[in-house]
Design a protein around this ligand. Sequence first.
Ligand code: PEP
Ligand code: MG
Length: 584
Amino acid sequence: MIQALGASAGIAIGKAFVLPNWEWELPDQKIDVADLAKEFDRLYEGVRRSKSEIAQMKSELDEAVGAQESSIFDAHIAILEDPVFMNEIQGIIQRQYKAAEVAVKEAIDHFVTMFDLLDDEYMKERAVDIKDVGNRLLKHLLGVPEIDLPEDTQPFVLVVRELTPSQLIHLRPELVLGIVTMVGSPTSHAAIMARAFGIPLVMGVESKLEAPIVTGDLLIADGGTGQLYIEPDPETVELYVGRRQQYLAQQEQLRSLVALPSVTMDGVPLQLGANISSVKELEASLESGAEGVGLFRTEFLYMDRSHFPSEEEQFEVYRAAAERLNGKPLVVRTLDIGGDKQLDYYEMPEEDNPFLGYRAIRFSLHRKDLFKIQLRAILRAAAYGDVQIMYPLIASVEEVREANGVLEEAKRELAAEGIAYRADVPTGIMIEVPAAVAVADLLAEEVSFFSIGTNDLVQFTLAVDRMNENIGHLYEPFHPAVIRMLAQAAEAANRRGISVSVCGELAGDVRALPLLLGLGITVLSLSAQAILPVKECLLRTRAADCRALVQQVLACRTAAEVRGVLEAFHAETESRNWQVQPRA
Ligand code: PEP
Ligand code: MG
């Protein structure tokens, strides 16, 4: 068994289809000076064809999974229009008299090597995009056909070195049981798409393989655990056939909870909202019974394109989400860019500590022009539903006041221009910096709600970089310091009578559920897959027991003790049958 990275849940059992790496046969003779113009024409024709092909794929994907995912291809078109990339190719043709395909290959290698050297996951992903686009261009110059699967192909487990979005769209999803990649990370575009398609995905197996996988090998890929079996014995196959059935049955069983109200056994409601980063994801969340959106991460609207989205573009997206939610809340978090989330088209300053640097609300308050465009779009969309505004990474009262100042300015402008908007949009903040917890009582006087972002709160409370795998064992959401932070923030909100939610990954951890309930959290915002498992647990939980549990947890001195108490409580909950409470 190989233990790799689980990037999209589900179990695939089937024969491997190994996608060959393209082997280019490039011409080695130089071109004649007299033929230079012809060579440029070939290059431009290849670029034109590549662009129209990408546009075609984009519109197909648009229909299949939505505009957010398909905007990946905008980034591909942007590469073909990028003067730096194109100048590199043209320079090689013009100065070295090399054929267009040789120039393209050398330019790809140059940029990919450059980006790969950077210790930055985001830039590494850009290298994948350049390879993908460059290979498409090469195919047009060399006339190599797309990989065509034979008509009678049976469903297979795709094995590929590095998955690109265009490979994914070219392979008919109904034939792909699952995907295994040699390299890559679960944050890549292709991984995001695999999750959108619901295809099990295991990534990063290369360094663990003893021998290469070949087409026809029987594989078991578990995208939840990241486990991969090559030519497993019949007992293992039988075991996983059973697990797969169990997984599908569990999914099916959970679906029966969709229509039930989310309340505890003793009738205390807990609103289960969704974390989304695109309108498309909203569909999956609603299918899982989300009662609104507690966190719309808008930065993904700004990534995967070649320019800042206009007010109009943003307005359309927020309005579509508000209308689709039909009166249920939509909490739009303003741009949380910086740190690991960078924009292709906007150069951020070099920083030693980007997570502590120029990002999120700090960026917005520095670029008030861009911030105001976003706020205007949200205010306008608020005329179409229960839209709320949330500022990320707030650390002081001043920041809230300054942000609200820009918000008021945006309202005045819209009013003066006679554009429809909603003036009384509730405004809240993310609690994800320890300073915000320390002054939570003061902040509670300034805003309508808190949403605790445990992903960052754990990182900053414990001074443990959430991306650094060397200290991953120290990233401990159940550390008593974190528990006290949660308690203090919730207490400040409850005292002031404003709502307090949790939208970090901890919200999806069923062991934390009774603690959060006991602390007086009234809303959880979760990824689509986490909603139903949390709801199932909620239906078996008694809110009255949770209040006593909080005292027990707060008395713990170590994370291990906290885990022990929560696990014991959870085991008892699990042993209970759930009961349906009538809707209030
Ligand atoms: C968080 O920090 O908990 C959070 C929800 O925000 P993000 O993961 O986008 O930083
Ligand atoms: Mg955060």
